[in-house]
Ligand binder design. Structure first.
Ligand SMILES: Cc1cc2nc3c(=O)[nH]c(=O)nc-3n(C[C@H](O)[C@H](O)[C@H](O)COP(=O)(O)OP(=O)(O)OC[C@H]3O[C@@H](n4cnc5c(N)ncnc54)[C@H](O)[C@@H]3O)c2cc1C
Length: 351
């Protein structure tokens, strides 16, 4: 897309979000020869973590590399890629109108938690970006939301270097990397207790810290489970996350003795928040956690709108699930775009 284009583009499908889910949807829409635009607001993936459990990558693969390959893959089938922030989405007749804003020069929008990545002019040149001035408008017959989640790692100096190297949140993703390591878990609720206990599959050196002045919010029986399994539990906040060059070193507790707990890895157990702003604008049903409710074929409650990946409620939040959901969402959107004669006998609109 050239920077001089300002009138609304007419597209078969707009995909919002260029992570594993959005890119998987894009590849499949491109292969079905649909006019597809994928819009993503991060110039690069923010956290520098490696994915170790994705089939086909026995040595692991970085999240950034998956994106790079995904962009190349989608572009091969004619999908247009655009760097920008989708600010609004609304139905208009049998289409959807979306407005897309240019990313600010200084980096990402202030509402996004996580590290700020400066705008990458080279990336913008390759993929195209929203021109300066008024927001760009696009019209699409179908929309796939693949907007992901906001993670909530604690704020501390050196944190961004630690994420994915020695600071984690999910043992399905990174538990194996904790094999025989010294691990601290920070969290006050039953999810945190469960994470600490589940880590015993990988290591017997686990300590739990509540991470807030109010201490734990679990029954005494759960604290007894920890003690019975050799896990020390500290009902304190963390005063300091000591780290160096991406390596966690110590948790210093906010207690009278400033207790220092040596660690090699830390898991912070806090729920993620689904990026659901556009979903709300479109009137999509959300579950109590704010995740987009979808069917097993990624349909939302609004015809023509599909959702995939971490933003949805369907599966565990993993790259493999995001790729599957993106593919499935593309199948749904593609089917909706067929003329009546192309659909299965008796199918009025969608599969
Ligand atoms: C530290 C860490 C380690 C992990 N390890 C693993 C692992 O080992 N194995 C594994 O399978 N999974 C792992 N995961 C989880 C995995 O990264 C996610 O499940 C996967 O990235 C989900 O893909 P997604 O496409 O749904 O969302 P995302 O990858 O988050 O992509 C969503 C995209 O949508 C964009 N977006 C949102 N709103 C807008 C908007 N309004 N306009 C434009 N763009 C927008 C965002 O900028 C983002 O680029 C890990 C996650 C983290 C944070």
């Amino acid at each position: 897309m050239t920077s001089s284009e300002r009138s609304p583009r007419e597209l078969d499908c707009v995909i919002v979000g260029g992570g594993a889910a959005g890119l998987s949807a894009a590849v499949n829409m491109g292969r079905m020869r649909r006019r597809t635009l994928l819009i993503d607001e991060r110039d690069r993936f923010l956290w520098r973590h490696d994915i170790h459990n994705l089939l086909g990558f026995p040595d692991g693969v970085s999240a950034t590399e998956i994106r790079r390959l995904g962009w190349r893959h989608a572009a091969k089938y004619g999908v247009e890629l655009l760097i920008g922030h989708v600010a609004t989405a609304a139905p208009e007749g049998d289409r959807f109108r979306l407005t897309v804003e240019r990313l600010p020069e200084g980096g990402l929008f202030g509402h996004l938690p996580g590290p700020r990545v400066p705008r990458d002019p080279e990336m913008a040149r390759i993929f195209g970006e929203v021109p300066e001035g008024a927001p760009m408008e696009v019209l699409a017959r179908t929309v796939i939301l693949a907007t992901g989640v906001f993670g909530h790692f604690p704020e501390f100096p050196g944190r961004n270097e630690c994420v994915g190297r020695s600071l984690f949140w999910c043992i399905h993703c990174d538990g194996y990397e904790s094999l025989n390591r010294v691990v601290g878990v920070v969290g006050h609720d039953d999810d945190a207790v469960q994470t600490a206990l589940d880590l015993l599959v990988f290591t017997d050196r686990v300590t739990l810290v509540a991470g807030r002045p109010e201490g734990f919010e679990v029954p005494a029986s759960r604290l007894a489970d920890l003690a019975a399994n050799g896990i020390a539990a500290h009902a304190s906040a963390v005063a300091e996350y000591v780290n160096e060059g991406g390596q966690m070193k110590d948790l210093v507790l906010d207690d009278p003795g400033r207790t220092r707990i040596p660690v090699e890895q830390v898991y912070t157990v806090r729920r993620t928040t689904a990026a659901n702003g556009l979903a709300k604008q479109l009137g999509l049903a959300l579950n109590p956690l704010g995740q987009i409710v979808v069917t097993s074929e990624q349909h939302t409650n609004v015809a023509g709108v599909y959702a995939a990946g971490d933003a949805t409620s369907l599966h565990d939040h993993q790259v493999s699930a995001a790729m599957h959901e993106g593919n499935q969402a593309a199948c749904g959107a593609n089917y909706r775009l067929y003329a009546p004669a192309q659909r299965a006998l008796g199918d009025a609109e969608e599969c």
